[in-house]
Design a binder for this molecule. Structure first.
Ligand SMILES: [Zn+2]
Ligand SMILES: [Zn+2]
Length: 230
């Protein structure tokens, strides 16, 4: 299976895509599923859950959805996969507490773009969290510099962590350009594959060069009221 495990909707300040646009783009690019990982909210995730159910019922398909969230912490971004609600973590900035709470909810913890220098990477030595997390993002589609993805893959191997990949797509052009590979048929298999470190990655960072520079403009436009929530 091929899942893009890092996507954003309009509910992230820096994204301009409606939930239905994200879902359509992922299907068009041949993804078997996605994880929705908006910044500090799961509003978009809840909408996509309804859209995916309707799509699967209509088409008789099994498109997979992993509900997730990219939490902002004092040490950088932390993704929780397979969680139902982001509300209990609202305002929590301590990275250790965020990790523990994701785990307590039954979720899996991944560090996205841990070694980026253009954006904010993970600010703590990996040794401090390696035993409490499950995966490192070894391919982030928005990585403008080429070496941090490789660094993340090597670090994952060193610390016996799974590797995951995703487009970090905030706009349709980016969605489904980077992904996670795993054996099986659906989200439950992905959960097991991450735990057993049986995931692989594929894709390109080329389209991040279009999406990443567009984000600040969107953020500004929203603040100025030019773009409004769907
Ligand atoms: Zn991020
Ligand atoms: Zn992101």
């Amino acid at each position: 299976m091929r899942y893009d495990l890092h996507t954003h909707t309009f509910y992230s300040a820096c994204s301009g895509q409606r939930p239905e646009t994200l879902l359509k783009a992922a299907i068009r690019r041949g993804m078997d599923g996605i994880a929705v990982t908006d910044h500090d909210t799961m509003e978009g995730s809840a909408i996509i859950e309804r859209l995916v159910k309707r799509h699967n019922r209509k088409e008789g398909t099994g498109f997979g959805l992993v509900k997730g969230c990219e939490f902002s912490t004092d040490a950088g971004d932390i993704i929780g996969y397979f969680i139902a609600d982001a509300a209990p973590l609202r305002g929590v900035r301590d990275p250790f507490e965020v990790i523990d709470r994701i785990r307590a909810m039954g979720g899996l913890v991944a560090l996205p773009h841990p070694f980026t220098v253009v954006r904010k990477g993970f600010g703590l030595p990996l040794e401090l969290v390696a035993e409490r997390i499950h995966a490192l993002e070894g391919l982030n589609g928005r990585m403008m510099e080429s070496f941090p993805n490789g660094m993340a893959r090597r670090a994952a191997a060193r610390h016996s962590l799974a590797v995951v990949g995703g487009s970090d797509g905030h706009f349709p052009v980016e969605v489904g350009r980077a992904w996670t590979l795993f054996p099986g048929t659906g989200p439950d298999d992905l959960y097991g594959a991450i735990r057993k470190r049986q995931t692989g990655i594929g894709g390109t960072t080329l389209f991040g060069w279009i999406g990443a520079p567009a984000s600040p403009f969107y953020q500004l436009g929203k603040r100025m009221g030019i773009w409004k929530a769907p």
